[in-house]
Design a protein around this ligand. Sequence first.
Ligand SMILES: Nc1ncnc2c1ncn2[C@@H]1O[C@H](COP(=O)(O)OP(=O)(O)OP(=O)(O)O)[C@@H](O)[C@H]1O
Length: 480
Amino acid sequence: MAKILIIDDDAQLCETMQSLTSRLNHECQSAQTLHEGLQALKNDDYDLVFLDVRLPDGNGLDVLQDIKGARSQPEVVILTGQGDPDGAELAIQRGVWDYLIKPSPIKQTKLTLTRALTYREEKQNKSNVVALNLENVIGRSAKMKACFDLIAQGAPSDSNVLITGETGTGKELFARTFHNNSPRAKGPFVVVDCASLTESLVESTLFGHKKGAFTGAQEDRDGLVKLAHGGTLFLDEIGELPLSIQKAFLRVLQERRFRPVGETKEVQSDFRLIAATNKDLAALVESGEFRQDLLFRLKTMHLDLPPLRERPEDIKPLAMYFLDKMCEEHKLPTKGYDADFFATLAAYGWPGNVRELFNVLERAFVAAGEEQTLYAMHLPQDIRIKVTKATLRQSCQSNSSKSQGAMEAAKDLTSGPSGPQDGVFPSPLPPLKEFRALMERRYLEHLIRMTEADIKEILEISGLSRSHFYAMVKKHGITF
Ligand SMILES: Nc1ncnc2c1ncn2[C@@H]1O[C@H](COP(=O)(O)OP(=O)(O)OP(=O)(O)O)[C@@H](O)[C@H]1O
């Protein structure tokens, strides 16, 4: 059962909504003014707020951030009697779930309500997975949920874990998450970057040394293995561990005992081992560069992190998480997003995975400065050009049978009034507002032509809600 708040001065509408929501087994309250609504949100936690735009004491859109920032961080659906697509579009940019034009048919209201609540549930599920501590870990895709399940399953034990995955997929982050959810969470988490260990110092770095063991060893020093006592030892880039050390390390894994350089007695360390690599260790075993017995030992538990391109549904929540964090750090209000911003992020392949995504978002954040809304225009030019080219290639390939029409549409999308310029820019460069409107219109026309006006496909590709799409079409006077 969800808790819903309606902020609307139309008593009859409140009554209808209340009866609809109670039929769906939800609890519903109503408020006739903004002041009352904000008070209700202070006193109680709501999952969803239906918000009217014109209220006796002000404009609903003006307090949107206060509503979204309430303790329960509710989803918001705008109710507008004005049929004002621009206002509604603005609201969507500021992060509302959807908008309904009054009087909205029961079926539509029910659908929007159910979708918004399902979305919220999914968002919250992330933090409910077997009460895992998933601090700073974002992922709502089925593939990520499977990774969380594996952590829930393996964290309590002491078994060795091997984490594999392409660069930037979060191997170190997930190693820390294993540690944070294990009984060793209060102990140290020691990172060893095997790629940066120099051949001559690798042994003393790992196992420590005794004073005078070699030139420069001026005092006894504990190695990283000893420092991980009571906690977790994370061997990053394990594929780079020199063969000569692999044998010694295998013994350490079996016995949790080792001998520091120059020492006669063995030392003990109680650590849990997590190793990570972006290399194919089986292939390294084949080529004689990695010991098979060590690989078996490491792989008691294996977590393979999927690349970002295989879980596109994680891109938006990752981006929102990162940008909200940036806004918080820079003491700026949370930004809104235009649909084209996410459409561009979703269309890119992310070979550098989450690390690359965060770098790109940081650049977009800097490019946007104090602007309230992020558009695709704020993304680095190289990314936009790659996306445009890939989209064109795709559309050319998939439409080769209907090539004539599709090619024209593609050309349409990338050329300005005076012909193609640098992939996307018309010349002379118009003011940004005009350019945005132009590109938006071309995008919509291209999308409609490409999908042969198949509304389902249009909504799927664009990521727009039905009402938002029709509002944009109306705004641009496009008929189809
Ligand atoms: N699911 C996620 N949620 C939030 N942040 C993530 C996620 N996955 C990766 N990151 C972030 O992406 C960046 C790269 O992650 P990390 O260093 O763990 O990757 P890696 O796989 O160890 O990379 P490499 O193989 O290059 O060492 C970090 O800032 C990390 O916090």
